[in-house]
Write a protein of this length. Structure first.
Length: 402
């Protein structure tokens, strides 16, 4: 009685390792494609999660606390925002600071000294703003001070310059009480803003107290295209509630005069950004995996052609077709698994390194890291299907004649 040949798991592992070690250089180059693909896969998903966490944190800390109220034209004329609009908004729970502002439609020249007919002056934006506006944009002073309610109520002709506007006007200090001329009217510079967290255009603007601007140039006329707005800085989580209450606080009788812009849900924003980044870079990772699979398939197919005599001898000694196929599948799968393990390690290291350089908290999901070596092994198995089939179709007699 002839006993059927058996090809145990231990034999399979031994043959796979022996096949790889027989040509270590070729095996290393073959593993490289899968390694890069899996590394890209882990790195992309890890950085996407890490960046998403940073986006969520920054969004919650700044954008999620910003509410903008825009006024429509009032039927019959008159200002939409009441004179005490800032105080009314500050009375709402969750409001840290608020300010009303608009762009002054002033076409005159702006110079750092008394203008002459020969000097064109600078074309800078002039903003009229209540005192709370500069606090709401988180402005930081370079020198001097902000104007306050006293300047606003007394219609004092003072201005605060953004750093860009100050540079263009050649003003770097306010100790000597420099003046700027807007349309020929002198205003004392009492402060220069070095940086802001909101409304970056303020750095290239000249900010005038709202009360002063109203006296000098008047309020924006209906139909002029200039919108009067209120900027509200809220506590975290209070923006939507404040947005709902602000129109009623400003004009209880006609709240529909105002359009309120509240921040979107930070979770939705983070998921949207993460999806966009993930889709883009996962395509790159997929390309790397395809290149790795082609490399494994090519190497395994070349190995089949080089080992025709060995395959014929195995078949002559009793190996079945499935034994030959499983042997080559095991070799290609092992190459993919090794590439997956090395690629996972490289990807995790890349995420941690980037996060450390940027002072971020690295976020690696177990659902991303743990299956990554398996992705490499599956890639190797799929790449080895055709070479294994070719090897299993070799007839012993034809192989031994070569």
């Amino acid at each position: 009685m002839i006993r059927p040949t058996r090809f145990g798991v231990r034999d399979l592992v031994d043959e796979s390792v022996a096949g790889m070690l027989a040509r270590p250089g070729r095996a290393g180059l073959t593993v490289l494609g899968t390694l890069l693909g899996v590394a890209a896969f882990v790195t992309v998903l890890g950085l996407t999660s890490t960046v998403g966490g940073q986006i969520s944190g920054r969004f919650t800390a700044l954008v999620a606390t910003e509410v903008t109220v825009q006024a429509a034209d009032v039927p019959g004329g008159g200002p939409a925002f009441p004179d005490d609009a800032e105080q009314r908004l500050l009375g709402l729970n969750g409001v840290r600071s608020a300010g009303v502002f608009w762009e002054v439609a002033e076409g005159g020249r702006l110079t750092a000294h008394r203008p002459t007919d020969q000097e064109p002056g600078e074309d800078l934006k002039v903003l009229a703003a209540s005192p709370g506006y500069l606090r709401a944009i988180h402005a930081r002073l370079m020198t001097g001070r902000f104007f306050g309610s006293w300047h606003d109520e007394r219609n004092e002709r003072v201005v605060v310059l953004g750093s860009g506007a100050a540079s263009r006007l050649g003003i770097t200090w306010v100790d000597n009480q420099p003046a700027v001329f807007i349309g020929g009217i002198a205003f004392s510079v009492i402060g220069i803003v070095d940086d802001v967290e909101r409304r970056a255009d303020t750095l290239l603007s000249v900010v005038v107290p709202a009360g002063t601007a109203e006296v000098v140039w008047g309020l924006p006329e209906a139909g002029s295209g200039v919108q009067v707005q209120a900027l509200i800085d809220t506590d975290i989580g209070a923006a939507r509630q404040v947005g709902a209450e602000a129109p009623l606080a400003l004009r209880p009788e006609t709240p529909n005069l105002f359009t309120v812009a509240v921040p979107p849900d930070p979770q939705s924003l983070r998921e949207g950004v993460s999806t966009d980044l993930g889709t883009l870079f996962l395509a790159l990772a997929a390309v790397c995996l395809v290149v790795g699979a082609v490399g494994i398939a090519n190497t395994t197919l070349v190995a089949v052609l080089e080992r025709v005599g060995e395959i014929g001898l195995r078949r002559a000694l009793g190996a079945r077709r499935r034994h030959v196929a499983v042997q080559f599948l095991a070799e290609s799968g092992t190459l993919g698994l090794v590439g997956g393990l090395l690629g996972t390690s490289l990807g995790v290291g890349a995420v941690v390194a980037v996060a450390s350089l940027r002072d971020w908290t690295p976020i690696l999901q177990p659902a991303t890291v743990l299956p990554a070596p398996l992705v490499g092994a599956v890639t190797g198995l799929l790449a080895g299907l055709y070479p294994a089939w070719r090897a299993s179709r070799i007839e012993p007699a034809d192989a031994l004649r070569r």
